[in-house]
Design a protein around this ligand. Structure first.
Ligand code: ZN
Length: 148
């Protein structure tokens, strides 16, 4: 089995049974991402503890790439710091949009499965949608009101 087949399998698997596909009722941050070109619409939930992502989930509907990407993203970002999350996003974005990205694909773990999307420029926005949403969620200021 070559790498391309392996990546394809990861995408198919995560689209068929998305991980962390649920709402977080007590989410600290919520952000929506919409990709009108494809019809992808995702909502991400973040549960933060200081600058660490204690829990992350998503809901919504979209194409296989957008759902698989969000599923892989939630798996990768759980337990990570905000800085690490932004770092991942920068790498993913670079991997998919730069001519010759200076990135060790192996350092991305399972997220490397998204690298094949680069061959389909119209789908890059599908793959990065959830990342833009998380980025927006992290940019939100602290909630002013909390019951805890
Ligand atoms: Zn899409």
């Amino acid at each position: 089995m070559d790498l391309r087949d392996l990546y394809q399998d990861v995408i198919v698997d995560h689209n068929r049974s998305p991980r962390n596909f649920r709402e977080i009722a007590q989410a600290d941050r919520i952000a929506e991402g919409v990709n009108p070109l494809c019809g992808d619409k995702l909502r991400v939930y973040l549960d933060l503890e200081g600058d660490r992502i204690r829990d992350i989930s998503f809901e919504g509907s979209g194409c296989a790439i957008s759902v698989a990407s969000a599923s892989l993203m939630t798996e990768s970002l759980k337990g990570k710091t905000e800085k690490e999350a932004r770092d991942f996003f920068r790498k993913i974005h670079g991997m998919l949009t730069e001519e010759s990205p200076d990135i060790e694909i192996e350092s991305l773990g399972k997220l490397a499965a998204l690298s094949g999307v680069k061959a389909y420029p119209s789908r890059v926005k599908c793959a990065t949608l959830c990342w833009h949403a998380v980025s927006a969620a992290l940019d939100q200021s602290e909630k002013a009101v909390s019951t805890e």
